[in-house]
Design a binder for this molecule. Structure first.
Ligand SMILES: Nc1ncnc2c1ncn2[C@@H]1O[C@H](COP(=O)(O)OP(=O)(O)OP(=O)(O)O)[C@@H](O)[C@H]1O
Length: 801
């Protein structure tokens, strides 16, 4: 058992504005402290008015310049090591909103170097798994979000289709030993770093998708990313199980400071309540002689029960913002950390005997003892083996070769005939493999076969792994092909939808004019029929209005669909993340080129090794032949040429290994960049959808407004009404186009342009009342369009009279 207090660290977020006066000191024992100096006039609220200096001690304080790598090396790596050794570990980030919790735990969305604790820890764990061949490791992952004290599974694939509230809630169950179990939380196996990162990406994307302006889940929810690890030595029945929780808590600011109401206030209360319960648990734990710890008050404290005062090595990172206006919250965060530092945890090595493995082992032992006995007592059989026996033995040998367990045995019973047959089978396989290797030597790409013939020919375990890798790649290809097919279909659908919409538009315009002719709007007495006394519309007028509204809606949909694609292009161009996306794309391209160059280097090194090996082989054969034909050279004597060739081979091998290592690291970076780009794409799409529906709504409202304003035309002439409404609609449609095409070049915010367009269509506007963008070219375009529109209106008006 390891007794340890919770380790506390602080990280200061780089400040953009003027900062408060603070300093960070490191002492000779390796710990450090942060001191805030608060001038009297700034000290308000809960801060003691008389005190001006606040000093807090931490294991280490990371000032503004600290890199993500430093944070991982100093904070996360020791915890990951203890998790690998079989202890539970937790790292949680605590601090006010925007102080850098997510940046520290998950990382920034822009650069590869901004990867946070989770991706770096995953990388570290999987590297360890591949290096340590003394144990068999298995990793599972879960990702829980706690929002308004309800739990949600971030790895639930239904996230994309459903709202957060509609998803099944994760609930807490307790067994008689008071162990916590989470119902509805999936735990997914992850065989590689790539799979684990994909799960992290899936969870983060789900979290982002569930966000709405009213539900900024990332700020208001707690997230717990957990790696469930189990390890055992091959053949051993003792399993070591440990858990690593990486926790991003919700913002810790006080409700009064957030200045929110309604739904946000409810959320803020929940957050504060759960953080308040966390504080209560921490106070209770730091008090001596407290028997009851109120873990059950909130879901978060229940889930983290082991991490707080239990069987866990826990580390807290206090994230601090040193902007002047945030200083009180930073002091409050530090105070909280000081209390946390008093909590003692007792971490146990989580070893247990797996009963199933134990039974299996004992069964095997009994069986082999029986076989031994049969051999000793001479119970041998002499009749011939049947075809079925041969078949069964072949299968057994195949299974035996595939088994990754080095202690696996061929279970043949006390039957010499079977044992001998299996030996024959194995001999046949080895001979065949040697023949293949001989052939493979001639091929430059068979480095491993040729190069490591005598040292490291692939073991059955490696073969199995390669086979699985192949299978996985096949699956990935299938998924990608399906995705491509889907995308292609979607593109085709979009084109046919576009064609359909323009047809619709033409048809509707046509039917609209036919309809208006039928309804007699072009006849001079039409208005007397449709308008009742006092100018009030009769039922017939109302019917006409609802019909025209229908046409109006169709036209709007048409114009939206037609403009959507172009609008998306412009939206994308103007989006705040564009520069990052472009940078990442460029970086990805560069990395691909680097990877290609490294791949070529690897291949060259491989080729050179094979060439040198062939020379070595030739040299040996020549020397041997020379010895046989009675030459003078002594075969036992060392040959300097051979020595040199060997040295060159070693050198090339080193070169090959180093380049291959670099290529592998580059692959991880490329995969990460691809994930960053994918996430940026999802965000862009989501932002666009929001903006687009806002604009659609705005246009709808403006349509209603104009229809109301056009009501006097109903009374004057139905024909005028139809004409002017059609003109308005068509011009609005044109406006959308002009706005998206012409003005787009100016690079101004598209929202503003749409507002200009909508405002220019409202009755009673003048040229001078049109809001302009400030860009000369753009403003000239807007004014030219508005004038053209006025001319069109006047011309259609006069030709009508
Ligand atoms: N150490 C840092 N270096 C550079 N940028 C940082 C750092 N810490 C935070 N940021 C940036 O500050 C912004 C806010 O950080 P982050 O989202 O991590 O805060 P948070 O505490 O998780 O907030 P919330 O409670 O809303 O989730 C982000 O844009 C992030 O990239």
């Amino acid at each position: 058992m390891v007794k340890q207090t919770i380790q506390i660290f602080a990280r200061v977020k780089p400040a953009k504005r003027s900062t408060a006066v603070y300093s960070v000191d490191h002492d000779e024992h390796g710990s450090s402290s942060v001191e805030f100096l608060v001038p009297r006039d700034l000290a308000d609220g809960f801060i003691n008015n008389k005190k001006e200096s606040y000093r807090f001690r931490f294991q280490k304080v990371f000032d503004q310049g600290a890199k993500q790598e430093d944070i991982f090396e100093n904070i996360a790596k020791p915890v990951a090591d203890s998790v690998l050794a079989g202890y539970n570990g937790t790292i949680f980030a605590y601090g006010q909103t925007g102080s850098g919790k997510t940046f520290t735990i998950t990382g920034g969305p822009e650069r590869y170097s901004d990867r946070g604790i989770i991706p770096r820890t995953l990388s570290y764990l999987y590297q360890h798994f591949s290096k340590d061949s003394s144990k068999v490791y298995t990793a599972y992952i879960s990702y829980l979000e706690i929002y308004n004290d309800c739990g949600y599974d971030l790895l639930d694939p239904r996230h994309e289709a459903a709202r957060l509230e509609d998803l099944p809630k994760v609930t807490i169950m307790e067994d008689p030993e008071q162990n916590i179990h989470l119902k509805n939380l999936s735990i997914q196996q992850s065989a590689s770093e790539e799979e684990a990162l994909n799960l992290l990406f899936l969870g983060d994307t789900n979290r982002m998708i569930a966000e709405t302006p009213m539900n900024q889940a990332s700020t208001r929810s707690h997230c717990i990313f957990t790696v469930h690890l189990s390890s055992r030595e091959p053949g051993s029945a003792t399993v070591c199980r440990s858990k690593l929780h990486l926790v991003d808590l919700a913002g810790s600011e006080r409700v009064s400071k957030t200045g929110v109401g309604g739904q946000l206030l409810t959320e803020a209360k929940y957050i504060n309540l759960s953080l308040h319960y966390l504080e209560q648990v921490i106070i209770a734990l730091s008090e001596k002689n407290r028997s009851h710890i109120p873990y059950r008050n909130s879901m978060m404290t229940s889930v983290l029960r082991d991490s707080l005062g239990g069987n866990c090595m826990t580390t807290m990172i206090a994230t601090l913002s040193v902007d002047k206006r945030n200083i009180d919250e930073s002091i409050s965060t530090c105070r909280f950390a000081q209390r946390v530092a008093l909590i003692k945890n007792e971490a146990l090595l989580n070893e247990e005997l797996d009963p199933a493995l134990m039974i299996l082992r004992l069964k095997k032992e009994i069986q082999s003892l029986r076989e031994e006995l049969a051999m000793v007592t001479g119970e041998q059989r002499t009749d011939q083996l049947t075809e079925d026996d041969f078949h069964m033995l072949q299968e057994k040998v195949a299974l035996f070769l595939q088994d990754s367990d080095p202690e696996a045995a061929l279970d043949l019973g006390p039957d010499l005939r079977k044992i001998q047959h299996c030996f024959r089978l194995l001999k046949g396989m080895v001979t065949e493999q040697q023949c293949n290797q001989g052939r493979g030597d001639e091929h430059p790409s068979s480095l491993h076969q040729a190069d490591q013939k005598d040292q490291d020919c692939p073991t059955p375990m490696e073969m199995k792994r390669l086979r699985e890798l192949l299978q996985q790649r096949d699956n990935e290809i299938t998924i990608l092909v399906n995705m491509l097919k889907r995308e292609k279909k979607r593109a085709q659908d979009a084109v046919s939808q576009l064609e359909f919409n323009s047809e619709c538009y033409q048809r509707e315009s046509q039917s609209f004019s036919e309809y208006s002719l039928q309804k007699g709007f072009s006849q001079p007495d039409a208005d007397t029929k449709s308008v009742g006394k006092g100018g009030k519309p009769t039922n017939e007028t109302l019917l006409t209005e609802s019909e025209s509204l229908y046409v109006n809606v169709v036209l709007r949909e048409v114009e939206m669909s037609l403009g959507r694609k172009e609008a998306f292009e412009i939206f994308r161009r103007d989006h705040e993340d564009r520069i990052n996306i472009e940078d990442n794309k460029a970086l990805l391209k560069q990395r691909f080129a680097e990877a290609k160059a490294l791949g070529e280097q690897v291949n060259k090194a491989r080729g050179r090794v094979n060439e040198l090996k062939a020379q070595l082989e030739q040299r040996r054969t020549r020397r041997a032949a020379h010895g046989v034909t009675g030459g003078t050279a002594d075969p036992a004597e060392t040959d300097p040429v051979e020595e040199q060739l060997r040295a060159q081979i070693e050198e090339e091998k080193k070169n090959y290994k180093a380049t291959f290592g670099r290529l592998k690291a580059l692959k991880t970076e490329i995969e990460h960049l691809q994930l960053l780009l994918e996430r940026a794409k999802v965000k862009l799409q989501k932002d666009f959808e929001e903006w687009w529906s806002e604009e659609a709504y705005r246009l709808q409202v403006s349509g209603w407004y104009k229809k109301e304003a056009l009501n006097p035309h109903h009374q004057a002439s139905g024909d005028d009404f139809i004409m002017s409404q059609t003109v308005k609609m068509v011009s609005e449609y044109l406006c959308m186009w002009v706005v998206t095409y012409c003005i787009g070049n100016a690079g101004c915010v598209i929202r503003r342009r749409m507002q200009c367009a909508v405002q220019s269509l409202t009755p009673g506007y003048t040229e001078s009342s049109i809001p302009l963008t400030g860009d000369q070219q753009t403003d000239a375009d807007i004014l030219a369009f508005v004038r053209a529109r006025q001319n069109l209106l006047q011309r259609t008006g006069s030709s009508h009279q």
